[in-house]
Design a protein around this ligand. Structure first.
Ligand code: FAD
Length: 823
């Protein structure tokens, strides 16, 4: 431990768990040596010390898999650098399936592991039994074997990272508590502690389950809540040896690893127990909660089925440790949108040991570079809004999130608890009409509409789900008549001021300095030329722009725009999302419907594509924006909230005789995929540039003043495109695709599907995915290959489309800007 607390440092890290130590280590590796880490107790004494230490590489998002794979490499080599062992053992892991559905999921997992370059093998129950002798296998359907997985000793790992950080110049102080965050002009400038103040350029909140409280010290919301997580340690068990792989039995909610000839057995029960409702005591150090055998019963019952010897094993210790969980079971990383220079790395949902290496490096790079160096959206702090830190919401939500680790990851799975949260003004109307809701950014959104004879509830499956026919109806209405989509959840940001145009033009890739009344589809880019967002900009006046962006991104896009408004510029950004509902009126007969309700001339000449006007609709007013995300004639009606119900009723009344229907997000997704429209966070990510996305036409490299990311995009233009977004349809009309499937070209893995759906207009599954090739993916390469998609282990022939699979009037996708706004 270092001796005297300094009065200033470049970076102060709060928290000496595995995460704080990893951030300190990686900062020093990047050459930032003036780093101070402060721990209120002893290193690892918070949550880290009692972790089970499992390190499983495969995550549902490929960027997250990249982080854990780096962790495994780091843990394997750290001892050589620091002289302190990490306890890393590359023992591999076996995951078993009790049901056919679970086996489908494991096969899908295996295929996506291959897509991500992770070694994996689908094995029989007998082979699983050989790898893991104490296990009963007679009820199993199959298993997968991941030889690269392993386990680490959490305390040793933390100490080794701390030593590495110290060797790099970091100073570590134990028994010092941060009591306040110092701020000036919207930026963190240091910390106050019980032993004095430290001025700092950067403050990093790695305070584990205390991180929400530390955030509150400076008005930063860190939405996490503790829940109890339990495991037991047994005496010796026959067949258990030091090289025994980790074993997971997700249908039985349990995991197992060897420890001193016995087993660590713990799990993730479906109904978790929140803890720490009145705050986490400061002195909760090397502490545990009381044993709770009632809560543990469901795990124990299932463990006895899998490892019968447990019935006679000695129980040496019951560990009940609290750990912090987030609303979506992903951790929280990044610079707080509320406070500049204040970073957060917390909420690790019982994956902190596995994630620490990669997450620590990613956060350190973010700090040093001023922006992430890879796609971190799944864990980005800006995916949450302030409402996510509501205590009652968090308390109820974490009851469900802990169990998600082993719950069946059904396609389209929605969370059930702490809902409804945010409701559009049409919520009750849609519900009464059979809407089955999903949730995004807290908004309840109609996914599909059940008729009176159908059950208004989604029944999950890897095959066609019970809404298949409902979505067919909704798509047919959209393609042949008209449909209304409640898209109120779209984020809406208003930028106003004398300099608004110049400021926004520098942030957006397309030229937004257009005539008043025009709407521009554009990307926002990072310095690597990757998509930070894609959105539509409506020029309402010379000095006023409405930015309409994806439902998930209001905080992120607000932050991206706001941080790029120069201090001296006259431009003010306001989030007006709650002020407007959005009704998407889409379909070839949408003009007929709308013209019955408005005196405005809606003809092609008077109201062309990519323009907007304020119009009357019934008794209400709205901004009608001639855009579509489904590839049909249509308007997005941006309606002041109080008029929304009236406008909605009037549209239905006017469209009754032409077959106007309500339609939901499942139909919207399938319609956009048939047209090949890209969505941000799926096909368009911070790691994808416009050439790779096939959207080069939607950036203006020549506009005056340039834009953020222009140089990187220009430079990429001269290089071969090594990754490309492609559209694929299956030749066989039966199978479903959901996204995440492996793509093969001439039998060799070349990429993965990013989004997929059933395209009822074209009669087969359709999706967008990436194809990778280091030498470049050009038209010849794409056209010369035979493509297949791996659907849970079976290969299906696929057709690759260079023009949209659905386009009866000829391809529009390249000639007119994709009006894509992430749904
Ligand atoms: C029973 C159990 C089993 C687990 N098993 C696994 C596993 O197998 N694999 C896996 O990957 N993960 C596992 N985990 C999760 C893992 O333990 C955590 O995700 C990880 O330890 C979190 O690390 P951290 O650094 O964020 O938090 P912590 O270790 O809690 O560190 C935060 C530190 O911040 C300090 N602090 C807080 N406030 C202040 C302040 N104001 N001033 C100074 N210091 C402060 C605290 O004292 C604490 O030491 C498990 C967790 C539990 C509970």
């Amino acid at each position: 431990m270092s001796a005297e607390l300094p009065t200033q440092a470049r970076v102060v890290i709060i928290g000496g768990g595995v995460i704080g130590c990893s951030v300190a280590y990686h900062l020093t590796k990047l050459g930032w040596n003036d780093v101070v880490l402060i721990e209120q107790g002893q290193l690892s004494g918070g949550t880290t010390w009692h972790a089970a230490g499992l390190v499983g590489q495969l995550r549902s998002q490929s960027s997250m898999t990249t982080l854990v794979r780096y962790s495994t490499e780091l843990y394997a080599r750290l001892e050589a650098e620091t002289g302190l062992a990490t306890g890393w053992k590359n023992c591999g892991s076996v995951s078993v399936a009790r049901t056919q559905d679970r086996m489908i999921q494991l096969r899908r997992t295996a295929a996506s592991a291959r897509a991500q370059g992770v070694a994996v093998e689908v094995i029989t129950p007998e082979e699983a039994g050989k790898l893991w002798p104490p296990m009963a296998t007679d009820d199993l359907v199959g298993a997968v074997w991941l030889p690269g997985d392993g386990k680490a000793n959490p305390t040793d790992l933390t100490q080794s990272l701390a030593k590495g950080a110290r060797l790099g110049g970091a100073k570590i102080f134990e028994r010092v508590r941060v009591t306040g965050i110092r701020t000036k002009d919207g930026r963190a400038t240091g910390v106050s502690t019980n032993k004095g103040d430290i001025a700092a350029e950067i403050v990093v909140n790695c305070a584990g389950q205390w991180a929400r409280n530390v955030g509150r010290m400076c008005g930063v919301s860190v939405p996490l809540h503790s829940a109890e997580h339990m495991y037991i340690v047994t005496g010796r068990i026959e067949g258990v040896h030091p090289d025994l792989p980790v074993m997971r039995d997700p249908d039985g909610y349990t995991y197992y690893k060897e420890e001193v000839g016995g087993l660590v057995m713990g799990g993730f029960e479906p109904h978790a127990k929140p803890w720490g409702m009145d705050g986490i005591p400061d002195d909760f150090e090397f502490a545990l909660l009381p044993d709770d055998w009632d809560q543990f019963e469901i795990l124990m019952e299932n463990a006895l089925v899998r490892v019968p010897q447990l019935a006679h094993a000695e129980i040496k210790k019951f560990y009940n440790g609290p750990e912090s969980f987030t609303p979506d079971n992903n951790f929280i990383l990044g610079e707080a949108p509320e406070l500049g220079n204040f970073f957060v790395g917390a909420g690790f949902n019982s994956m902190g040991i596995a994630s620490a290496g990669g997450a620590g490096r990613a956060l350190a790079e973010w700090i040093v570079n001023g922006e992430p160096t890879m796609d971190l959206w799944p864990v980005d702090i800006r995916r949450f809004g302030p409402f996510n830190a509501n205590q009652s919401f968090l308390h109820d939500r974490v009851k469900e999130t802990l169990g998600l680790h082993y719950a069946m990851p059904w396609p389209n799975r929605e969370l059930d608890l702490a809902r409804p949260l945010r409701c559009s003004p049409l919520y009750d109307r849609l519900k009464a009409k059979g809407a089955v809701f999903g949730s995004k950014m807290g908004w309840e959104r109609a996914n599909w509409f059940a008729t009176e004879n159908e059950k208004a509830e989604t029944e999950y499956s890897f095959d066609r789900q019970n809404w298949h026919d409902a979505v067919r109806r909704e798509m047919k209405a959209t393609r042949e008549a008209a449909a209304i989509f409640d898209q109120t959840s779209f984020a809406k940001l208003l930028l106003q001021g004398r300099d608004a145009c110049a400021v926004l033009n520098r942030i957006c890739g397309a030229n937004i300095d257009v005539e008043i009344g025009r709407s521009v589809y554009t990307g926002m880019f990072n310095s690597r030329g990757g998509y930070e967002s894609d959105l539509t900009v409506l020029r309402l006046a010379a000095d006023r722009f409405l930015v309409v962006t994806g439902s998930a991104q209001p905080v992120r896009d607000f932050d991206s725009i706001n941080r790029n408004i120069p201090a001296e510029a006259h431009a003010v950004l306001t989030d007006v999302t709650s002020s407007y509902a959005v009704l998407g009126l889409m379909g070839p007969k949408s003009r007929d419907v709308l013209s019955r309700l408005t005196p405005t001339d809606l003809s092609e000449d008077a109201f062309p594509f990519a323009t907007h006007r304020q119009i009357d609709v019934g008794y209400g007013i709205c901004i009608a924006n001639r855009m579509t995300y489904v590839g049909e004639l249509g308007w997005e009606l941006i309606v002041p909230t109080e008029f929304a119900a009236g406008v909605y009723d009037a549209l239905h009344e006017a469209g009754r005789d032409i077959g106007l229907m309500d339609a939901g997000y499942y139909a919207l997704e399938a319609l956009r995929l048939e047209k090949g429209y890209r969505a941000w966070s799926r096909e368009l990510t911070p790691d994808i540039n416009p050439w790779q996305a096939g959207l080069g036409f939607a950036v203006d490299l020549d506009k005056a003043g340039g834009f953020i990311g222009r140089e990187a995009i220009l430079e990429a233009k001269g290089r071969p495109v090594t990754r490309r977004v492609v559209q694929l349809t299956l030749e066989d009309s039966s199978p479903m695709l959901w996204g995440g499937e492996l793509i093969l070209r001439d039998g060799k893995p070349v990429g993965e599907m990013r989004s997929a759906a059933y395209g009822h207009s074209i009669g087969c599954a359709v999706g967008l995915g990436y194809v990778d090739r280091p030498e470049g993916v050009d038209k010849e390469f794409l056209m010369a290959g035979r493509f297949q998609v791996d659907v849970a282990g079976s290969l299906h022939d696929a057709k690759l489309h260079l023009k949209a699979a659905y386009d009866p009037q000829g391809s529009k996708i390249r000639s007119s800007p994709s009006p894509a706004k992430a749904a």
